[in-house]
Design a protein around this ligand. Structure first.
Ligand code: PEP
Length: 252
């Protein structure tokens, strides 16, 4: 049975003290919740990963990284390698967030290299992708999503997919307050599962957790998560508030 996941992407927010406090608060607020087969994830900034891991000890909160460079080491000023992340206990890395694609020119090709590096290092990735508003308006969203997955992930062999979590994030819904409807999310998630089944097998497709991201809040989470192909959410803004994030976890 594929895992349900609620993952909070903190982006460039929270200093060391704030990161530790938010994790402490989160641990407390989810302590008594009963949930099985469900992962709770937070992604602080690089500099706060170590202290966040420490703060999350003895809880079910997993701390993951927001990005990673594909090279093992070398002259890449400002970048972080898989070895560095592994050396502090990181097991999962978010890749391909739309902000990385938009502001840091990440492409399907550069992301394919990062995915390969993640897998070569026995890490897991939460791989983000999704169409722009203009793609959806032009009714091009399925083609865009299919090409993003084909270019960045479909060179992988079937066994690699046990280390992949997908996060469908329509760019027009990220940080805008605009959410895809539960039906739109389900339609796209079913499409994604369908193309994975076609390329690999139904077993591979059925085992992949596919998260929805884009202005998920406690008020809309339950409806979105109720859809059969939506296995949880990648949460931006609402992950910065312990009550909101807990509300979303409760919805799953
Ligand atoms: C995100 O950045 O991945 C995201 C989904 O943000 P928000 O929830 O704020 O739309």
């Amino acid at each position: 049975m594929r895992a349900k996941i609620v993952a909070g992407n903190w982006k460039m927010n929270n200093d060391k003290k704030e990161s530790k406090q938010l994790i402490k608060d989160l641990k407390k607020s989810i302590k008594r919740l009963k949930f099985k087969n469900t992962r709770v994830i937070v992604a602080p900034t690089f500099v706060n990963l170590s202290s966040s891991i420490k703060a999350a000890k003895k809880s079910r909160v997993e701390v993951v990284a927001q990005n990673m460079h594909h090279a093992k080491n070398g002259a890449y000023t400002g970048e972080i390698s898989a070895d560095m992340l592994k050396s502090i206990g990181i097991k999962t890395v978010i890749l391909g967030h739309s902000e990385r694609r938009t502001y840091f020119n990440e492409t399907d090709a550069s992301l394919a290299l990062k995915v390969d590096a993640v897998l070569a290092n026995e890490l897991e990735t939460i791989f983000c992708f999704g169409e722009l508003l203009e793609d959806r308006k032009a009714n091009n969203h399925f083609a865009v999503v299919e090409s993003q997955l084909t270019n960045a992930l479909f060179h992988l062999n079937a066994s690699a997919w046990s280390s992949i979590v997908l996060a469908y994030e329509p760019v027009w819904a990220i940080g805008t307050g605009e959410t895809a409807s539960a039906e739109q999310a389900q339609e796209m998630h079913a499409f994604i599962r369908g193309i994975i089944a076609k390329k690999y097998t139904t077993e591979v497709a059925d085992a992949v957790s596919i998260l929805y991201g884009g202005s998920v809040k406690p008020a809309n989470a339950e409806e979105i998560f109720s859809k059969p192909d939506v296995d949880g959410g990648l949460i931006g803004g609402a992950a910065l508030n312990v009550n909101d994030f807990t509300g979303i976890i409760k919805a799953i």
